[in-house]
Ligand binder design. Sequence first.
Ligand code: GNR
Ligand code: NI
Length: 170
Amino acid sequence: MAKLPILTFPDDRLRNRAAPVEQVDDEVRTLVDDMLETMYEARGIGLAATQVDVHRRIVVMDVSESGNEPLVLINPSYVALGEEKEPLSEGCLSIPEYYAEVPRYLRIRLNATNRDGEDYELEADDLLAHCIQHELDHLEGVLFVDYLSPLKRERVAKKMQKHHKPVQNA
Ligand code: GNR
Ligand code: NI
């Protein structure tokens, strides 16, 4: 297993749209395992492949208190169960040390494929529902600061550029 570098806002690569996974093979499983290690090490509750500069529709999560309930979401999609939205304070491993309230659907139904290539369905609410919506946004190149005013977002970008040097890959 390997720990992967995490891209930080306002890196343009966080704006890429991820492509579907055609087949869950050993290469995908290795990436999933590396993403889980990276997420646990960074003490996050979720990580999208976009954040480690891999533009494929893969997410790992663990919202459990014990931190031993990994969830793997390959080609995930969701529908809202009801119109109701609820604001919750969000953070993001790609926007270190910044938190803001974002309204998200309270209840959703998730469809995804797991690490063994099996499709599954899951109903989620609260933090799990919130986190799924945050992660699926990443796969579309969307960040939670996009829900803030342009002025606020610009201020966060400036702060990040000052305090966090972006990872240089090229
Ligand atoms: O670690 C994380 N915490 C979190 C808190 C509230 C809502 C969403 C999240 S996801 C975040 C990890 C991350 O950046 N995932 O993309
Ligand atoms: Ni995030």
